[in-house]
Ligand binder design. Structure first.
Ligand code: PYC
Length: 309
């Protein structure tokens, strides 16, 4: 019987399950090197932590690892119901709040090593966390794709730590009552975008008018077909890159991004390279710890390693 210690939190409604003990030995090297080992040799472990019957499609997992960069407070590998994520904004906010809950960090700046680079998280005295994410940029503007059963949809392709297709003109109301049709639409969009020149895009983000006092509301479909309950940290970073490239938001101006639940992140950016359209996004939000538990992995349990498609 294997015992895995986890701490659960949610960031604006989106859950993160942080594995703090009992994870696999991934050897040495950078967190990016260890992600490769995790992906190729420990996919069963990923599934055991986040999939049913212990988890659900919505859960994002985070494996706490020793950073190879000794200036970092922690290293982390994020994963979900179908695989690993390059980076995760809500998960980083959850990680920082969880490390503070465990007494491992105090208020102030903390570097975190992720597979796609070092990010800097600031834990503020009021409990909020700001994540200075990886450099973000728009790769392509107004890409038109032919979506099965829908017709032409146009959107931007941008990197914010994950790859996004961002769509404003979709004709749908972004409300919880519409989640099924929004999921169907974004899944079809993703398939069209992947087939029509952007195989790397794994998240689709719809935008609409704000409803809880922000600047905009979003609906984000994640790679495993679950939607993000939070405003999506990497999705907000991709949005900031597009706003910056279009001259619609100035350096250091706040952009309040609402999720489909109405929870909010505040985004700001600094230019890293104006000519290349590269920005440093800073995303601020809050998380709450809601469980400390021990997962039991027994080989005689037919669903020990999770229910996988
Ligand atoms: O907050 O970056 C994020 C994220 C990615 C997938 C789910 N949440």
């Amino acid at each position: 019987m294997k015992k895995i210690s986890v701490v659960d939190s949610h960031t604006g409604g989106e859950p993160t399950r942080l594995v703090i003990a009992g994870g696999p030995d991934l050897g040495g090297g950078s967190v990016a090197d260890r992600l490769k080992v995790f992906r190729t040799r420990h996919d069963k472990f990923r599934s055991a932590i986040v999939n049913e019957p212990r988890g659900s499609d919505v859960l994002v997992g985070a494996l706490l690892v020793e950073p190879s960069d000794k200036s970092c407070a922690a290293g982390v590998i994020f994963f979900n119901n179908v695989g690993c994520l390059a980076m995760c904004g809500h998960g980083t906010i959850g990680l920082v709040v969880t490390l503070a809950h465990l007494g491992k960090i105090k208020t102030g700046e903390h570097k975190i090593e992720t597979p796609v680079g070092v990010v800097t998280a600031t834990l503020h005295a009021n409990g909020e966390v700001s994540v200075a994410n990886v450099p973000s940029y728009r790769q392509a503007k107004a890409v038109a794709v032919e979506v099965a059963g829908i017709g032409k949809i146009s959107g931007d392709v941008a990197w914010g730590g994950n790859w996004f297709f961002l769509v404003s003109d979709h004709g749908r109301e972004l409300s919880l009552a519409n989640v099924e049709s929004l999921t169907d639409l974004t899944w079809r969009i993703r398939q069209a975008v992947n087939a029509q020149g952007f195989p790397e895009v794994d998240h689709v983000e719809l935008f609409g008018p704000p409803q809880t006092g922000g600047d905009s509301r979003n609906f984000v479909l994640c790679p495993g077909k679950a939607y993000d309950r939070s405003p999506c940290g990497t999705g907000t970073s991709a949005k900031l890159a597009c706003l910056a490239a279009d001259g619609k938001l100035g350096e250091n101006e706040p952009w309040i991004q609402e999720s489909i639940l109405g929870s909010q992140f505040t985004g700001k950016f600094h230019w890293l390279n104006r000519e290349r359209g590269e920005i440093l996004p800073i995303v601020t939000g809050t998380a709450h710890v809601n469980a400390e538990s021990t997962l039991l992995l027994a080989e005689n349990d037919p669903f020990c390693w999770g229910i996988r498609a």
